[in-house]
Ligand binder design. Structure first.
Ligand code: FE2
Ligand code: FE2
Length: 178
């Protein structure tokens, strides 16, 4: 098997000159690009909902463990915003439009928005953020499996984000008292 890898470079050169307006989307991207854009717009919405939830919770958090919990939420919020931006860039790269319309954000998001009634309910906040992380971990894993080898750059992006979501879940678990 080791010596069977070969590239038909003249074919690749010829293909590269076709459909130039598709920019980085070449024939080896065998996926349904419109479907990927739709799915990435759902990821974009999930990331924004997570950013808003963490930011809101960080600001309102009260109580004895406030400092530790709020700074964790703030760090996570900053990373969710980074995910939001990277996914938006990828949608743009694929020739799609990053959908930042707040009116449809909740329909598209995998996760839910949670604002506690009680500012002292740090454990409730940790629990709901942990639930949201577990939802995106599951959803992004499915997306990675679905993308397979068809759009490697999008898959890698989601893989990188997944790694950070797992770190988030791990850090929340450390503070969660069940
Ligand atoms: Fe995220
Ligand atoms: Fe996260």
């Amino acid at each position: 098997m080791r010596n069977t890898f070969a590239i038909d470079i003249s074919h690749i050169r010829q293909e590269a000159r076709q459909h130039l307006m598709q920019g980085p989307v070449t024939p080896s991207n065998t996926t349904d690009v419109d479907r990927v854009i739709t799915v990435l717009n759902q990821v974009l919405a999930s990331e924004m909902v997570c950013y808003l939830r963490y930011t809101q919770n960080a600001i309102i958090a009260q109580g004895i463990d406030r400092e530790q919990v709020a700074s964790l939420f703030q760090n996570h919020a900053a990373e969710e915003l980074g995910h939001f931006q990277r996914v938006s860039d990828r949608i743009n790269q694929l020739g799609g439009s990053p959908d930042m319309n707040p009116a449809t954000m909740m329909e598209r998001a995998h996760t839910e928005y949670f604002a506690p009634n009680d500012d002292n309910d740090l454990q409730g906040m940790i629990r709901e953020n942990l639930v949201a992380e577990r939802i995106v971990i599951e959803a992004y894993t499915e997306i990675i499996r679905w993308l397979g080898d068809s759009d490697i750059t999008s898959r890698r992006l989601i893989e990188e984000i997944l790694k950070e979501e797992e770190d988030h879940a791990d850090e929340l678990t450390d503070l969660f008292e069940g």
